[in-house]
Design a protein. Structure first.
Length: 279
């Protein structure tokens, strides 16, 4: 297995959950696209990504799939793969995202779910940054536990986690950090997520991509997998001038996981191995 494929498999399973991409045979993997009923068999030639992966066909139609769904998803995935593949670049994350877009475009009208388009998101100033200068002197210093920095292709990722007991406290901690730390405030992204248990069995979960599309949701998913409650995390990224592709999502999760381990919220054994880009 090439280093590129190894990193891609790790990234895909980190983003979409373990079991999304599973080795089935020599260079053959089973891909279960998130939210879809069927799974696909994909072969990665030894020279991938210099040459594209080969879609061998449907692996399983799923228990709840409707007649024709598997064939449609197979056809759309092949279309997505041909659209995004570029020689020398890993492509599976982009193919999955393109498949999602194609499936949504074929869904019935009025499927807008309130998620901003990339253009809308680019024009929107995150509320946290817009009000960062309005510091409340009554907010105490948050008890941040800070991860080691993860560096890859000059992009730097640092995570902070802290215990919280309410959404108001979590939001106040974000405001406090942005108001006192100019380097964090001017970073490319500050991705946040929190999970809180309130009175009478109420629960609160929220996240913010801060311009890194879908990163907040994947960070929240990591916390769900770890069954973390009454804690928040902020992952800060300073862009280094080189696109990282799907690898960036694995680095975001690895950085957050490192903060959780340092805080004693999870054991070292639950922490996946750190990437070779860590410095």
């Amino acid at each position: 297995m090439s280093e590129e494929l190894r990193d891609e498999v790790e990234a895909i399973n980190s983003i979409y959950g373990d079991g999304c991409l599973v080795l089935s045979g020599d260079n053959v993997y089973v891909l279960s696209p998130p939210g879809e009923s069927s799974s696909l068999r994909i072969e990665f030639p030894a020279t991938y990504p210099a040459v594209p992966p080969v879609v061998l066909g449907t692996n399983s139609t799923g228990e709840h799939g409707k007649r024709g769904d598997a064939a449609r998803e197979l056809s759309l995935f092949c279309q997505a793969l041909s659209t995004v593949y570029e020689p020398g670049s890993v492509c599976l994350f982009d193919a999955i995202e393109e498949l999602t877009r194609l499936l949504e475009s074929e869904a019935p009208e009025d499927h807008h779910d309130g998620e901003a388009t990339p253009e809308e998101a680019a024009e929107t100033i995150p509320a946290a940054k817009a009000t960062a200068d309005a510091r409340d002197p009554n907010i105490p210093e948050p008890p941040w536990i800070i991860s080691d920095p993860f560096v890859e292709l000059k992009s730097t990722f640092v995570a902070r986690c802290a215990p919280v007991s309410s959404t108001e406290e979590a939001e106040a901690f974000v405001q406090h950090l942005l108001s006192i730390d100019k380097r964090v405030r001017t970073a490319t992204h500050n991705i946040t997520a929190w999970r809180i248990k309130g009175p009478n069995n109420t629960t609160f979960q929220d996240c913010n991509d801060d311009g890194e599309t879908a990163a907040g949701g994947r960070l929240l998913h990591l916390m769900q997998l770890m069954d973390l409650w009454n804690v928040m995390v902020i992952v800060t990224r300073w862009y280094g001038g080189h696109k990282l592709g799907p690898r960036r999502f694995a680095l975001i999760n690895q950085t957050a996981r490192d903060a959780f381990v340092k805080a004693g919220l999870v054991s070292e054994g639950q922490n996946k191995k750190k990437g070779s880009g860590k410095t």
